[in-house]
Design a protein around this ligand. Structure first.
Ligand SMILES: [Zn+2]
Length: 437
């Protein structure tokens, strides 16, 4: 299948952030075969099976959400005003205890609808239920994903080992699946839910399988203070004491309560950070020292966390919040440039998820991109494309979404998910779950 899109404004997000003011992209199979300014040459026109005139719409790399719990989308708005520990214990865990195969699937379908409709093409899922079902579903839907069957180790050794085996078997089974759109990691939930010797066994297994490790880290001050009280040190220092940062590719979510010494430690490791500003603000957890990470050379990407703590999967909102927070925190208007900001949800996101993709529109790369409708009033005057994407774009500006050359949404209509049916199912499953509490 050869697809040609003409008359587009193309934000390549390549090394020099070049913009093609009016041009075309020609996709052959899953790859950008030719990208150019002006009208496509005759030989390209002849090869195209489908040609679409974008009438000035913008072609932009797709977005990556590097930390979340898609199943928890069913819990949107379920509790808005509790801190993390009480939020989990009093509201979220009891609700999750009543989830069924059907309700988990409904939440995840809703998450994929919301992500595609706001321009997200790839995401990380950290969860413990029905992961094989989700992997199969993603294979059909056509998104990219990093899937982790996460584990909590507050149980006896046999149960810990059974969970780890299940997690590692799942990871081995699905890594590279769905035409290399699905990748996997191992994922201890957090230091406060996994004893250090359990994390050590998980990391050992990840090393033997050559898989990265994903974990919540230092999300709240209370969690770090409690850890100090129990073990006499910060959870990251505990990982260092057990040599768990060596020879391992870590992706830490949150990383809000870290000292300068921790930033130095992370800079020397292969770790990267998924920054989740809206969840951290909403749960009253704090603001991560993102500028310190960036200045130390630690890669930073953006995640929404679960919708139950956000309450949206719209990465444009998340990105804007991240940038504004850091500018205000360090009192520097040039703390993060618009181009740097965009890279956090594009290139850095792709790198964090270790997809092998570059997060750019470039010949030879896989054809992952979104089309942004440029006609909304908040995108006028149109000149400052990068600025508008960071500071004014919203999810509903995205009109089309492509992954590996396959169209997942055209003119706001989803092609691989039944949105109306999913909306109906989500509301039914939510009511059934609440009634069973
Ligand atoms: Zn999380």
């Amino acid at each position: 299948m050869n697809t040609l899109l003409t008359n587009a404004r193309i934000a390549t997000m390549d090394e020099s952030f070049s913009i093609i003011e009016s041009g075309y992209v020609f996709i052959s199979g899953k790859t950008f075969k030719q990208i150019g300014a002006g009208a496509p040459p005759q030989d390209v026109l002849k090869q195209a099976d489908v040609t679409t005139d974008l009438k000035g719409k913008w072609i932009v790399p797709g977005l990556y959400n590097t930390h979340g719990h898609a199943a928890m989308t069913l819990m949107r708005g379920y509790e808005d005003d509790l801190p993390l520990d009480r939020w989990l214990k009093e509201r979220i865990w009891p609700f999750e205890g009543k989830l069924t195969k059907e309700s988990v699937a409904a939440g995840r379908d809703l998450a994929m609808v919301e992500m595609i409709k706001s321009g997200t093409i790839g995401f990380l899922e950290m969860y413990h239920l029905n992961m094989d079902d989700f992997a199969s579903r993603i294979e059909q839907v056509g998104m990219r994903a990093v899937l982790t069957r996460s584990v909590i180790g507050l149980c006896h050794r046999e149960e810990q080992d059974a969970k780890l085996n299940e997690s590692a078997d799942f990871a081995a089974r699905w890594d590279g699946a769905a035409n290399n759109r699905i990748h996997t990691m191992l994922a201890p939930h957090a230091p406060y839910t996994c004893p250090i010797d359990y994390i050590e066994r998980i990391v050992d297994r990840a090393r033997s399988l050559s898989l990265p490790v994903h974990m919540h880290l230092a999300e709240t001050k209370k969690e770090v203070d409690d850890y100090h009280t129990s073990f006499g040190l910060h959870p990251l220092d505990h990982l260092v004491e057990y040599n768990l940062l060596d020879d391992t590719s870590w992706l830490f979510a949150h990383a809000v309560h870290l000292e300068d010494s921790h930033v130095s430690i992370l800079a020397k490791s292969k770790a990267s950070i998924s920054h989740n500003p809206m969840s951290n603000l909403k749960l009253g957890s704090g603001i991560a020292p993102v500028m310190n990470f960036i200045q130390a050379g630690i890669p930073v990407s953006i995640g929404t966390d679960g919708v139950s703590a956000n309450n949206t999967l719209d990465l444009w909102q998340e990105l804007r919040t991240a940038v504004l927070l850091q500018k205000g925190m360090v009192q520097k208007a040039d703390a993060i440039s618009t181009q740097q900001a965009l890279r956090m949800v594009m290139r850095e996101g792709a790198n964090a998820l270790q997809t092998g993709q570059k997060g750019m529109i470039k010949e030879g790369e896989e054809a992952d991109f979104i089309v942004v409708d440029h006609t909304a009033p908040h995108l006028q005057p149109e000149t400052q494309l990068h600025s508008h994407l960071v500071y004014t774009a919203v999810g509903s500006d995205v009109s089309d979404v492509y992954v590996q050359g396959h169209c997942l949404m055209k003119n706001r209509e989803l092609l691989t998910l039944d949105e109306e049916k999913i909306r109906y199912e989500v509301n039914n499953q939510y009511q059934a779950t609440v009634q069973s509490l």
